[in-house]
Design a protein around this ligand. Structure first.
Ligand SMILES: [Zn+2]
Length: 306
């Protein structure tokens, strides 16, 4: 267990405890009892005043995670998941290629980090060399190369032109280090696309387990994580995603690794406090479903979309 009080992103010690939790360890869970040798596990959601990061404290080590999530069973995704994901995969592809210049002479290399069975790579298969890293090894689609459960065998061997890490960083023990490692395997002028839930909004307030999401991002904390990893940010927005599994508010951010240290074009972002106060955004799906738009509400929604 890591009881280091520093913020996992900016390393500041200006930390406030926002909420305390007591997690009762389920008696039949042998893997968890192997790591936590008490009946209760006390944890909190902490907030870094400097970079706006909201995160779970204390942090488990990689070793402890590998015990808790060890599984002998090969993960299986039912066909319905492919059907659900395909619409999202094409939306994602069309969005991402706006930011990437194809050079027809060389096939770009694309890495999906945490990509499960590789469904998000389907639209890239004809135009790119496709690679995948995931903690579990799924039955991958043809023409997708599995590179292991982490970047250990990839650093110094591969460079990718596009890296995607979609709905991954909210689970990651050390988001800054992962981003730095991913930047290391990014080609010059390559782009990295990260999508996370808007965890700072309400998710952190009602956790039932310390083992699902451990980072509750805002635009501010994600922005700071990218800048500390020396990436230039070319896109940052919070949108409601309704296609595919797990709809909800997500933050999308794209960073570029620039050859020269050009001046970073400042991108606007909402702070954690601002995003937490935009409470009306909960109600957008309700308004759409019930067609109960009021002028005042529409104005607020437009303001959010910038
Ligand atoms: Zn911080």
């Amino acid at each position: 267990m890591n009881f280091n009080r520093q913020c996992p992103i900016c390393k500041s010690t200006q930390i406030i405890k926002k909420k305390r939790y007591t997690f009762v360890i389920p008696k039949n869970s042998l893997k968890i009892t192997e790591v936590i040798k008490k009946e209760n596990f006390l944890f909190s959601v902490d907030f870094c005043k400097k970079c706006g990061n909201l995160y779970l404290y204390p942090r488990f080590t990689e070793e402890e995670y590998s015990i808790i999530f060890s599984s002998k069973n090969k993960p299986y995704l039912p066909a319905s998941v492919l059907k659900q994901t395909l619409g999202r995969a094409y939306l994602n592809f069309n969005f991402l290629i706006q930011f990437f210049n194809y050079n027809s002479k060389i096939l770009p290399k694309v890495l999906d980090y945490g990509g499960a069975a590789g469904y998000m790579l389907i639209p890239f298969l004809k135009k790119c060399d496709c690679y995948l890293i995931d903690y579990f090894k799924y039955n991958l689609l043809k023409n997708i190369q599995y590179l292991g459960r982490n970047l250990n065998n990839v650093i110094n061997k591969f460079k990718f032109d596009i890296i995607m890490a979609l709905r991954v960083f909210e689970h990651v023990n050390d988001p800054l280090n992962l981003l730095k490692d991913l930047t290391q395997v990014l080609s010059e002028n390559g782009i990295i696309y990260v999508q996370v839930p808007l965890g700072c909004l309400r998710e952190w307030k009602s956790l039932d387990t310390p083992f699902r999401h451990i980072n509750f991002f805002s635009e501010q904390s994600l922005y700071n994580c990218f800048r500390i990893a020396s990436l230039d940010i070319i896109y940052l927005k919070t949108k409601y995603h309704k296609i595919g599994g797990n709809p909800g508010w997500k933050i999308d951010i794209i960073g570029i690794k620039s050859r020269e240290s050009r001046k970073h074009k400042k991108i606007r972002f909402y702070t954690t406090a601002q995003q937490q106060n935009l409470k009306y955004i909960y109600y957008l799906p309700y308004f759409i479903r019930n067609k109960k738009f009021k002028l005042k509400e529409i104005k607020k929604i437009i303001k959010l979309g910038r």
